[in-house]
Design a protein around this ligand. Structure first.
Ligand SMILES: NC(=O)c1ccc[n+]([C@@H]2O[C@H](COP(=O)([O-])OP(=O)(O)OC[C@H]3O[C@@H](n4cnc5c(N)ncnc54)[C@H](OP(=O)(O)O)[C@@H]3O)[C@@H](O)[C@H]2O)c1
Length: 333
């Protein structure tokens, strides 16, 4: 069996390369796993973009098949956890970093990493959501569990036109929250309004260094940006509010003071999707499946082929894309 996959290689002579390769079953099964999946769709997340463009040390074993997300059909499952024909979803667990991922027609994975495709979603819709959307779901769950209600005031989403941001805006709006979307793409305001944002702000105002305490605007925040944006978001959060922090596109630094935390009781809540428990995953996915309808998902997602991943990854690193990119791994240009 020969199949297509993106392969990232790093060799002394040729350096880093990213190319579409033919892989055989034996190579794939050299990965540690117990479940062979025929992949239907993968997606491009920011981490995939970093790996594909070699912009950051995401890949820790070479060669590597990228793709932190996948949805596909179980062909063989040695653990017995899934049956042949079951449709399953993978997000994270080090795939595309230390274990071959799903930008490939087949993947060999650990069955405990997988969850069943939620009933209400198609395989394509699951990858429109992907890790970015599932992380938005985890952030919203965190805000929910904290007790923030729609009547408590405006919620802020940063990096709003990106994958995490788009799904967070749409999900929060569906749940009845008033959402302010912070974006660099003010000319794309119509896109964010269609997702349900009631207010759009230019991200430039949040990207600059700001005062430790500012006017209290937000009952809760979903931040995919980090750095000064996260510091300002904390400084603008209402007394007793929560900031769910999941991303670092502006930077990994946090140039903040303790003022919002010790003077306003603001909570900074870290959100990780990669190693989240099975129960947390299923809860977040069920929330997304229940509230994101077909119309929103087809508006947010675009479909590309394996050959188009490098171009999309470069645009994503440059902050030039909006929404989500689903990869049809079985389609050639
Ligand atoms: N914690 C986790 O488990 C987890 C899971 C998934 C993703 N993430 C992280 O979350 C972040 C967003 O992921 P994503 O998939 O949504 O990425 P994405 O689709 O590329 O979206 C990021 C958005 O952030 C804004 N942005 C881009 N570059 C920026 C910069 N230099 N400064 C300020 N804003 C910038 C842009 O939105 P606007 O133009 O609208 O401002 C962009 O569309 C990434 O850092 C990713 O690694 C973390």
């Amino acid at each position: 069996m020969l199949f297509n996959a993106i392969l990232l290689e790093k060799k002394e002579v040729t350096g880093f390369t990213c190319s579409l390769k033919n892989i055989n079953r034996q190579q794939l099964l050299s990965q540690q796993g117990d479940t062979l999946i025929q992949v239907a769709y993968s997606s491009i997340n920011y981490k995939d973009a970093l790996a594909i463009t070699n912009k950051s040390p995401v890949v820790r074993q070479w060669p590597m098949v990228p793709g932190i997300d996948g949805v596909g059909t179980v062909l063989e499952c040695a653990s017995g956890r899934y049956q042949k024909g079951d449709i399953v979803v993978l997000n994270g667990w080090g795939c595309g970093e230390t274990h071959w991922g799903c930008l490939s027609q087949y993947a060999y994975l650990k069955s405990e990493w997988l969850i069943p495709l939620p009933d209400k979603l198609t395989a394509h819709q699951a990858m429109t959501i992907g890790t970015a959307g599932y992380t938005a779901g985890l952030c919203v769950e965190r805000i929910f569990d904290f007790g923030v209600k729609p009547q408590d005031g405006m919620v802020l989403v940063t990096g709003a036109s990106g994958g995490v941001g788009s799904i967070a805006v749409a999900l929060l709006a569906k749940l009845g929250y008033q959402v302010t979307a912070s974006t660099s793409k003010i000319d794309q305001a119509y896109y964010l309004r269609k997702l349900g944002a009631v207010n759009i702000i230019d991200s430039q105002s949040l990207k600059q260094s700001g005062k430790p305490l500012q006017k209290e605007h937000w009952s809760a925040v979903v931040d995919a940006v980090g750095s000064h944006t996260l510091a300002n978001a904390c400084a603008q959060t209402q007394y007793g509010g929560i900031v769910a922090c999941c991303g670092l596109v502006q930077g990994m630094d946090l140039p903040a003071t303790v003022a919002p935390f010790i003077l306003r009781g603001v909570t900074l809540a870290g959100v990780d999707s990669v190693m989240a428990s099975y129960d947390k995953r299923v809860t977040a996915w069920n929330l997304l499946a229940k509230h994101l309808d077909e119309e929103i998902l087809s508006y947010v997602g675009r479909t590309i082929t394996l050959n188009e991943c490098v171009e999309v990854a470069n645009k994503m690193i440059a902050g030039q894309i909006k929404g989500r990119f689903v990869v049809d791994v079985n389609k050639q240009i």
